[in-house]
Design a protein around this ligand. Structure first.
Ligand code: ARG
Length: 338
C-alpha cells in the first residue's frame, strides 16, 4: 500500500467480493442467486485482443446452449491516478440503432448514440437492420479504443412466437438470450474494476415490457394491438395493456420453447421475498430500490409492490460510470447533436 497506493486482491477476495457486490445491488430482483455466481479472474490480460477473446469465451460459457449460468469476468483493476480499462458498450450483446434522415429510427433507439460513435470510429459493418449486433469497443488505459466484431455463432437469439396467435412469428421479432452488463464499475475493498462484465438470465418483462414495449425503445404495442384487431382510438379500451400482456406471453413462451433460461415476474418477485427472509435469518438488512424491484407490468399483483424498502448503497457494489466517449479528448472529435 505504501509503495504503490494499492494492493492485489486474492482470488477469494475477488470471488466473494463479486458475490457480495451482487447481493448489495439494490436494483436487482434476482439476488436470491448471489452465491451461484461464477467468477472468472482475468486480471492478468494486458491487451484489448486478449480481453475480447475472454469476452467471447464468457458469452459461450454463460450461454451454455440456453441453460444460462450467472457469470462475471474480471479484468485488471484501475491503478490509482490512472484511467481504468473500459468496455464502451453498455452490454456485450446489443442491437444498433440507426437514425434515419426523416427522424425515425431503425433498430434499438437506446443505442443510436453508440452506433454514431462507432461509425466515427470507423465501423463499416452496419447492415441497417432492426437487430444488427454492435461490435465491441475496448479501450486500454491511455490508449485509443479498439473495435472487435463478435462471432455470429456465439450469440444465441430467440425468435418470438406466440402460444395462440399464429401471425406473431411473421412480425420477425427476436431478442438475445444473454444480458451481459459491461459498463459498470465493480468496487471491492476500495479497489475499482472498471471492466468486469457480468450476466444473469432475463426476467421476461425486461424484454416484453421495456425493450420491446417502451415508446422510446422498439415501441411494438401499436403494431401488436393492430394485429389483434383492438380499438386503438381510445386509451380506455386498454389496448396497450392487452397488447403488453400478449407480447410478454410471447417472450416467455418463445424462450421456453428454445430451451433458454428465463423467469416470469411473478416467480421472480416470490423468490425475492424468500431471499429477503433468508437475509433476515442471516442477520443482514436487505436494501432495495422499490421502483426497480417492482416489475414494469402488473406491479400490484406481485408481493414486492406491497412492501416498502429502504434504499441504501453499500459496498462492495456495482456503480455507474460515465460513457467513455463523453471524455474531453473524444468529445472534440464527435460534434454532438443533442
Ligand atoms: N434490463 C436489461 C436488458 O433488458 C438487462 C439488465 C440485467 N438483467 C438481468 N436479468 N440480469 O437488457
Amino acid at each position: 500500500m505504501e509503495r504503490t497506493g494499492t494492493y492485489w486482491q486474492t482470488q477469494e477476495e475477488l470471488t466473494y467480493g463479486s458475490m457480495v457486490a451482487w447481493r448489495n445491488n439494490a436494483r436487482c430482483i434476482g439476488r436470491i442467486n448471489w452465491q451461484m455466481l461464477q467468477v472468472r479472474d482475468m486480471r492478468y490480460l494486458s491487451t484489448a485482443q486478449d480481453i475480447f477473446m475472454a469476452i467471447v469465451e464468457h458469452i459461450r460459457l454463460a450461454t451454455n446452449s440456453g441453460k444460462i449460468r450467472s457469470m462475471i469476468t474480471i479484468f485488471a483493476p484501475q491503478r490509482p491516478g490512472h484511467p481504468g480499462i473500459r468496455i464502451w458498450n453498455p452490454q456485450i450483446i446489443r442491437y444498433a440503432g440507426y437514425r434515419q434522415a426523416n427522424g425515425t429510427i431503425i433498430g434499438d433507439p437506446l443505442h443510436t448514440k453508440l452506433t454514431e460513435v462507432l461509425y466515427k470510429l470507423g465501423w463499416r459493418g452496419a447492415q441497417g437492420g432492426a437487430f444488427d449486433l454492435l461490435p465491441i469497443v475496448i479501450q486500454m488505459p491511455n490508449r485509443p479504443p479498439e473495435l472487435f466484431e463478435l462471432p455470429r455463432d456465439c450469440v444465441l437469439e430467440v425468435a418470438l412466437s406466440h402460444p395462440d396467435f399464429s401471425w406473431f412469428i411473421e412480425l420477425g421479432i427476436k431478442w438475445h438470450a444473454l444480458p451481459v452488463i459491461s459498463n459498470m464499475r465493480l468496487e471491492i475493498g476500495g479497489i475499482s474494476y472498471t471492466a468486469a462484465p457480468f450476466n444473469g438470465w432475463y426476467m421476461g418483462t425486461e424484454i416484453g415490457a421495456r425493450n420491446l414495449g417502451d415508446i422510446n425503445r422498439y415501441n411494438l404495442l401499436p403494431l401488436i394491438a393492430k394485429m389483434m384487431g383492438l380499438d386503438t382510438r381510445s386509451d380506455r379500451t386498454l389496448w396497450k395493456d392487452r397488447a403488453l400482456v400478449e407480447l410478454n406471453r410471447a417472450v416467455l413462451h418463445s424462450f421456453a420453447l428454445a430451451g433458454v433460461t428465463i423467469i416470469d415476474h411473478h416467480t421472480a418477485a416470490r423468490q425475492f421475498i424468500h431471499h429477503e427472509k433468508r437475509e433476515q435469518q442471516a442477520g443482514r438488512k436487505l436494501y432495495a430500490d422499490w421502483s426497480w424491484i417492482v416489475p414494469p407490468m402488473s406491479g400490484s399483483t406481485t408481493p414486492v409492490f406491497h412492501i416498502p424498502y429502504e434504499n441504501r448503497q453499500v459496498t462492495p457494489n456495482f456503480f455507474y460510470q460515465d460513457d467513455p466517449w463523453l471524455e474531453q479528448r473524444f468529445l472534440s472529435s464527435y460534434p454532438t447533436k443533442e
